[in-house]
Design a binder for this molecule. Structure first.
Ligand SMILES: Cc1cc2nc3c(=O)[nH]c(=O)nc-3n(C[C@H](O)[C@H](O)[C@H](O)COP(=O)(O)OP(=O)(O)OC[C@H]3O[C@@H](n4cnc5c(N)ncnc54)[C@H](O)[C@@H]3O)c2cc1C
Length: 449
């Protein structure tokens, strides 16, 4: 149920943070009838989380499991069935979206609609109390150091203490629970930090003559990358992302830097000449890539609080929902007395890490290749083109994003050789044919403005 204030001060589980990780964990604990309090600093609908996300079929499958309503979280949002990746003016590659169940599409959701739908979904679960506008300030501990509850504030109530058998931090990248519980960072890639800024725009030109909504990624091979994300109500989120050190060195306000970056790319700006910026700029500096310890005595972390990474592969929400699924199963077993706390939490850690780590490494590889590496022209124009335009890579990449294909296999030398061979043989065939090359970039002025 959604409540305005907190009346009861004793729960089985308290969850701090009410967006993808927290709201999905609460729903799964509600499905097991576990007495749960979920508190969230923001209110719904309200300003969105800093995030402009694609959600893919595998994410929607997990949303089905928590009974979330697609008509609400994707209200007035266009489904998208292909995406395009451009490398400077060298070449472009069209990728099909991988099908999951009967969904052959993805969305770029608006986080206000999405998060509100997940929060309102909690009304269905009698054992869950969901309280917005509540800010957690600290954790309480017993004499052995075990976490026993939270302290926090609600505008209509005095600072209060609420007890629970365990506290879960679903409170994002800068997690208060992680800080107060002393969760250590166990793995980190500071060398691949990126800055990312975005705003929603009205009146963005179509990608091409087909006129459908298409995620459009333009890598300018100079340390920056741009993404068009057609989202709810006809607006398009336009992202400028770059190596953190390069981004920081640019002069001007964040808004000026963002606009200058877009304007200097003809293949980006051609779609924006008649567009107007509809929202203020949002973004993140030095998007971190790390794992923390996921659990300790009386506490656990889920979602970005536990594991955060670059958004380039659009896995953050899926990972948050997946971790919540694993954690809910272990908390259920612990609550029913089938497992003690330590063995439940070590299973949570093992299950999560096994799933998250290969994709994390793949994402770091892609940030390296598409944002950090500045390959020589011959390599970018030929080797990358041969690989990225091969059917084998496109199938493997699309299916890796829905976690059906092992990222290690995609980049393994035998697979790479096959893709290179396919690319070279297509080039040879094209030399003897008069057909247009679908991977060639038309001049920007010949494309929709
Ligand atoms: C620019 C950008 C683009 C992204 N693009 C994608 C994408 O394309 N696809 C994708 O899947 N993922 C994407 N992500 C990642 C995705 O947004 C995150 O992985 C996801 O939001 C994590 O969910 P979460 O619930 O763990 O944390 P969050 O969404 O950060 O939610 C944490 C919540 O905790 C609350 N909170 C924090 N502290 C307290 C406190 N002390 N008391 C009470 N409440 C508190 C906050 O108010 C917040 O609502 C992107 C992220 C960024 C930054």
């Amino acid at each position: 149920m959604l409540a305005n204030t907190i009346q009861d001060t004793q729960y089985d589980v308290i969850i701090v943070g009410g967006r993808p990780a927290g709201a999905s964990l609460a729903a799964r604990l509600g499905q097991q009838n576990i007495k749960t309090l979920i508190v969230e600093r923001a209110s719904f609908p309200s300003g969105a989380a800093v995030s402009t996300p694609f959600i893919l079929g595998h994410t929607m499958r997990l949303l089905d499991e928590i009974e979330a309503d697609e008509d609400q979280y994707a209200e007035n949002t266009p489904p998208m069935r292909r995406f395009v990746l451009e490398f400077k003016d060298y070449f472009r590659a069209f990728f099909p979206v991988a099908t999951v169940g009967d969904r052959d599409y993805i969305y770029s959701v608006n986080r206000v609609k999405f998060d509100t739908a997940l929060w309102n979904n909690l009304q269905k679960f009698d054992s869950v109390t969901a309280v917005a506008n509540f800010s957690v300030t600290g954790l309480t501990k017993d004499k052995n150091g075990r976490i026993t509850g939270i302290t926090g504030r609600h505008p209509q109530q005095e600072e209060m203490t609420i007890s629970a058998k365990c506290v879960v931090g679903a409170d994002g990248r800068y997690s208060t629970v992680a800080k107060h519980a002393g969760a250590k960072v166990t793995e980190q890639r500071k060398d691949l930090d990126t800055h990312l800024f975005y705003a929603y725009w009205d009146g963005v030109a179509d990608y091409d003559e087909q006129g459908d909504a298409v995620p459009h990624i333009h890598t300018s091979v100079d340390g920056f990358s741009y993404v068009f994300m057609p989202s709810a109500d006809g607006q398009v989120s336009v992202v400028a992302q770059g190596q953190s050190d390069l981004y920081e060195a640019l002069e001007g306000s964040a808004q000026e830097v963002y606009l200058n970056l877009l304007k200097r790319q003809p293949y980006v700006w051609r779609r924006m000449k008649n567009a107007t910026q509809a929202t203020k700029l949002s973004g993140i500096r030095r998007m971190g890539n790390l794992f923390r310890e996921p659990a300790g005595a009386g506490w656990a972390l889920v979602g970005d609080a536990y594991h955060q990474k670059d958004s380039i592969d659009a896995q953050g929400i899926y990972d948050a929902l997946l971790m919540a699924k694993f954690l809910a199963a272990e908390l259920g077993a612990w609550h029913r007395g089938e497992k003690d706390w330590d063995s439940a939490m070590s299973s949570y850690e093992a299950n999560s890490y096994d799933d998250l780590k290969p994709m994390f490494d793949a994402t770091m590889g892609r940030v390296q290749r598409e944002i950090y590496d500045i390959p020589p022209e011959f390599v970018a124009k030929n080797v990358l083109r041969w690989v990225l335009t091969s059917k084998g890579y496109q199938h493997g990449f699309s299916h890796m994003l829905i976690r059906e294909y092992d990222p290690n296999e995609l980049m393994a030398p035998p697979a790479m050789l096959k893709m290179l061979g396919a690319g070279i043989s297509t080039d040879i065939k094209r030399m003897f044919s008069s057909a247009d090359n679908p991977n060639a970039m038309p001049a920007p002025e010949l494309m929709p403005q």
